[in-house]
Write a protein that binds this ligand. Structure first.
Ligand SMILES: [Zn+2]
Length: 480
């Protein structure tokens, strides 16, 4: 407390005003902590002016917000974020139009160790964690405020539906339903191109307060796990021999033993209704096989090798599958599993697609100025001028061409590789849905009409064109 009395200007001000107020001679006294000079900011929510018995609420963009909230972290009452912090002119690209540091940039800068700076904040322990969580929520709150107040200016995806009475979050807003859906669709496009992933890795950082991570790995064709011996060389569910591999044995014992659960420990986290929800202990198994559903059943031989966990003695029936080298290298719980075809990706995405908010007629989308030059109209144009592009489906175009956002043109790809996909369209969207279906089958179209009439020059709608296409495909394949 004494320290604050000496160092903190805010504390000094409050103390001074308290003593003044106690003086019967004082009248109409006010303490005003002057905030941001720029009150025209459209990016951040500014004071709403709610007053509480003479106290005024300040917002998260007030320079003294952090100092008032966390006096221990800012013992001098230092300024925190405010909306008029200029960029360093030397290190800022000339192309940047924005003049002032954003809230996210400010906190990203603060949360770094620097040798030439005091360490009060970074050594703040639980107060630091509180500060980080608060920073995250104020950034999120201000972003949401911005989106709420700029609905009409946002990109075309917001135009789906008339958005009356509800706020639409664009897919660029991290964590929004549209963002999650985009990730999911990207993942499905990758699976479409590369096939199912080969390995599923779950990495957990025990007791370090950090989150876990799921990793899907696609192996190169020459490294695919084709037979049981390939799997055994990559994934093991057995304790290493402590005499032959003491380091491996130690790591598995430390990180990859399941339980104890069941009768030995009925209250373990895995226990659901009296039995282990992860089906441990697994039965002994002399060799790696695949079960009737396509899941890999790992080799768990009855080797007599055991490990002690708590008071329990555990054997190969309790080992969570792992890769020996990964485990020894990272010294953390790393579960490595052979992927089962296709199902896993969906499991990773808890968000389930629900279709668009409102239906919209194709003519209205096409009539919008902002879509006069899209990747699709430019694909038509590319097909007109470049014969080699005509072998590609619309979604395959990014494999060989690159989309230039500035010029709005497809240009031949000189290096690198990209996987394309077409935006998801709900079947309830009418002709737009059929337009999308056509794009997954028809190559080399040079216009909307050309795409629509790819099978028959008399059709009027994309739905008719789709039916025509299906009819032709069935004819070709001998179904009709
Ligand atoms: Zn269990």
């Amino acid at each position: 407390m004494k320290l604050f009395d000496v160092t903190n200007e805010l504390v000094k001000s409050f103390r001074r005003i308290r003593s003044e107020l106690n003086d019967p001679a004082s009248i109409n006294l006010r303490l005003r902590i002057v905030g941001a000079r720029d009150t025209t900011s459209r990016q951040y929510e500014l004071p709403t002016g709610s007053e509480l018995e003479g106290l005024k609420r300040i917002t998260s963009v007030h320079p003294k917000f952090d100092a008032l909230h966390f006096p221990v972290l800012f013992p001098y009452g230092e300024d925190g974020f405010h909306v008029t912090i200029p960029y360093d002119p030397v290190h800022t690209p000339k192309t940047l139009k924005r003049k002032h540091v954003t809230q996210r940039e400010y906190y990203a800068y603060r949360l770094q160790h620097r040798d030439d700076e005091g360490q009060t904040l970074m050594r703040g322990g639980k107060a630091l964690q509180h500060y980080v969580v608060d920073a995250y929520s104020t950034i999120e709150q201000n972003r949401l405020y911005y989106l709420r107040s700029h609905q009409e200016n946002l990109r075309s995806e917001l135009y789906y539906g008339d958005a009356v009475g509800h706020v639409v979050l664009p897919s660029s807003h991290t964590g929004s339903p549209r963002y999650m859906k985009q990730l999911y669709l990207d993942a499905m496009a990758v699976v479409h191109h590369h096939g199912s992933p080969d390995l599923f890795i779950t990495f957990t950082f025990q007791k370090r307060g950090l989150p876990h991570v799921h990793i899907l790995l696609w192996l190169d064709a020459k490294n695919k796990l084709r037979q049981a011996s390939d799997i055994d060389a990559t994934v093991s569910a057995e304790l290493p021999d402590p005499l032959l591999d003491p380091i491996g044995y130690d790591a598995v014992t430390k990180f990859m033993l399941h339980g104890p659960c069941g009768q030995d420990n009925p209250t373990n986290v895995c226990m659901k209704e009296g039995s282990c929800s992860k089906y441990f202990p697994k039965p002994f198994n002399s060799e790696t096989t695949t079960d009737q559903f396509g899941y890999t059943v790992y080799r768990r031989r009855d080797t007599g090798i055991t490990a002690v966990k708590g008071t329990a003695i555990l054997d190969n029936r309790f080992i969570v599958p792992y890769n020996r080298n990964l485990l020894v290298l990272f010294q953390a719980h790393i579960n490595v599993e052979v992927c089962h075809q296709g199902r896993l990706i969906k499991y990773l995405f808890k968000y389930i697609t629900k279709g668009p908010d409102r239906k919209q007629r194709l003519s209205r989308i096409l009539a919008r100025d902002s879509v006069s030059e899209t990747t699709l109209t430019q694909w038509f144009y590319l097909n007109q001028r470049d014969p080699t592009a005509r072998d590609l489906l619309y979604a395959e175009t990014p494999n060989r061409y690159i989309w230039n956002v500035k010029t709005k043109k497809w240009a031949p790809r000189k290096r690198g590789f990209s996987i394309g996909r077409i935006v998801y369209i709900h079947p309830g969207c009418g002709d737009t849905f059929y337009l999308r279906q056509l794009l997954t089958k028809v190559r080399g179209s040079v216009s909307y009409a050309d795409l629509r009439q790819s099978m028959d020059s008399h059709v009027e709608t994309y739905q008719d064109a789709c039916q025509r296409l299906v009819f032709c495909l069935m004819m070709m394949n001998g179904y009709l």
